[in-house]
Design a binder for this molecule. Structure first.
Ligand code: AMP
Length: 281
């Protein structure tokens, strides 16, 4: 595996593959890699001739009181894990390489989708994601780009601006990788104390309980209330518990497929998860 830290170096590394019309797959990450990230890379290796993974902690997607400074940076360990799963090129640029030393004058705002759920609690977050992902797409120019369904709203935002801006690549969504106890893997799980880690799987168990209740005919809004209560009783501070259609429209009845969304804090650690519940008529 090659490691490139500059845009020029990356272009030189990819140039032979581009000339040979090889299929390039791209997995953008912020590093501190776990099996969730590595499963995206495995999926990319299955579909593509050459796989590029980026590790870049993007300052413009963090709010002023968020964890940009403390975000875990574990490049050496990540690099070994990526080589083991078959990544061809690791792109790990500095902030200066990505943004120069001027502020960014261009913004990308995906209206409506970006303004709901996490967008309400994290204003500007998805704009920051959209800008960095677009820059990375232009730098890597992949045929396929892989994103996790764990960040369901982010995936929807990316699909939308790729369509709206005619970015010539295909976005692939990859299912959520979970720990054995159901907790969705996340770099932020490392912030949890032992006690908080014990409580954290309540997020997924309350989603699964909600799925069973919906299938037995319980009212959707009552089911959401039960999730809120369960989380609060387990020590979470709930940011939101919401139901949307798979394309993120508001719904109040279970008369079609529904995606249940949770964002909740344990101490200072904000965790998110979601579950797609099928409607079987
Ligand atoms: P991050 O490093 O958190 O920005 O995540 C990079 C990519 O990995 C994003 O597309 C995430 O959705 C994806 N990802 C993170 N955790 C998981 C997980 N547990 N399962 C599937 N994909 C994940």
């Amino acid at each position: 595996m090659k490691t490139e830290t500059t845009i020029q170096g990356l272009s030189a590394s990819l140039s032979p593959a581009r000339s040979a019309r090889k299929i390039i797959g791209f997995v953008p990450t912020m590093g501190n890699l776990h099996e969730g990230h590595l499963n995206l890379v495995r999926e990319a290796c299955q579909l593509c001739d050459m796989v590029v993974v980026s590790i870049f902690v993007n300052p413009i997607q963090f709010g002023p009181n968020e964890d940009f400074e403390n975000y875990p940076r574990t490049l050496e360990q990540d690099s070994r894990a990526l080589a083991d799963v078959g990544c061809d090129v690791l792109f790990a640029p500095t902030v200066e390489q990505m943004y120069g030393n001027q502020p960014n004058f261009t913004n990308i705002h995906v209206s409506e989708i970006s303004e709901d759920l996490c967008g309400l609690q994290r204003p500007g977050h998805f704009d920051g994601v959209a800008v960095v992902v677009t820059k990375l797409f232009n730098i890597v120019q992949p045929n396929f780009a892989f994103f996790g369904q764990k960040d369901y709203q982010q995936l929807a935002v990316i699909r939308q601006f790729v369509r709206d801006l005619n970015i010539p690549l295909e976005v692939i969504g990859v299912p959520i990788t979970r720990a054995e106890d159901g907790l969705a893997l996340s770099s932020r799980n490392g912030y949890l104390s032992e006690e908080q880690r014990q409580s954290a799987p309540t997020i997924f168990s309350s989603l699964k309980a909600a799925e069973a209740q919906l299938h037995s005919g319980r009212d959707l809004l009552a089911v959401l209330d039960t999730i809120r209560q369960t989380l609060t009783q387990s020590g979470f501070v709930v940011d939101y518990v919401e139901a949307r259609s798979p394309d993120l429209q508001k719904i109040s009845e279970f008369n079609q497929d529904v995606v249940l969304f949770i964002a909740a804090k344990l101490g200072n650690t904000r965790l998110i998860d979601n579950l797609h519940v099928k409607h079987t008529a």
